[in-house]
Ligand binder design. Structure first.
Ligand SMILES: [Zn+2]
Length: 195
């Protein structure tokens, strides 16, 4: 077994272990840990600051090198060193905000568990139905479906299962992408991503 396969093997074990744990809805979690109600608004502020900082740094770099011959290099630099953080803060922020309105999710007709399963659906499998994907490492690149362009600036990040376009700043998770590409609402996107 090569090292790479061992790594994949452990990831698989970890995933199985995570899936075997009980899944609590956000409402249940707040009952177990009511102190969170006080902490979460502070965490949202903190995370918002970090998210905006990363977003503005990326915008500043892209602006600075807009017509520069090395723009391509700057894009790669941003992608390798800055995108994961930006996406991490963005999804953390969305997740924290859901704690403040956990009921809104339940009336939507899908359970937290279904949403979780949907979020783990490989994003490239949805994207490839509409886009020509170029794979490099853990990432894919394609022409952006959200704006007109001749050189690809639309990225899929398989580690975080999210997408982002450097051209128009559209980004999100696999559910958002499914909604946009198939023109369906949240509930139908979640249902579509169950298997
Ligand atoms: Zn775009």
């Amino acid at each position: 077994m090569s090292i790479k396969n061992e790594g994949e093997y452990f990831l698989k074990l970890k995933k199985e272990w995570m899936n075997s744990l009980p899944r609590y809805s956000k409402e249940e979690l707040l009952k177990i840990f009511p102190e969170a109600k006080k902490i979460i608004p502070e965490k949202i502020k903190e995370t918002e600051k970090q998210y905006l900082y990363h977003k503005n740094e990326i915008k500043r770099l892209l602006k600075k090198f807009e017509n520069h011959k090395d723009l391509y290099f700057v894009e790669i630099f941003i992608e390798v060193f800055m995108m994961e953080d930006l996406l991490k803060y963005k999804s953390r922020l969305m997740n924290l905000k859901l704690f403040l309105k956990p009921k809104a999710k339940n009336v939507s007709g899908v359970s937290d568990e279904e949403i979780q399963i949907a979020q783990e659906y490989p994003i490239e499998k949805i994207a490839e139905q509409y886009l020509d994907l170029d794979r490099f490492g853990n990432r894919y690149k394609a022409l952006c479906p959200f704006h007109n362009e001749k050189t690809p600036s639309f990225y899929l990040f398989t580690d975080s299962n999210r997408y982002y376009c450097f051209g128009c700043n559209e980004g999100g998770n696999v559910i958002n992408l499914t909604m946009a590409l198939f023109g369906i609402d949240f509930v139908n996107a979640v249902k579509m991503l169950q298997n």
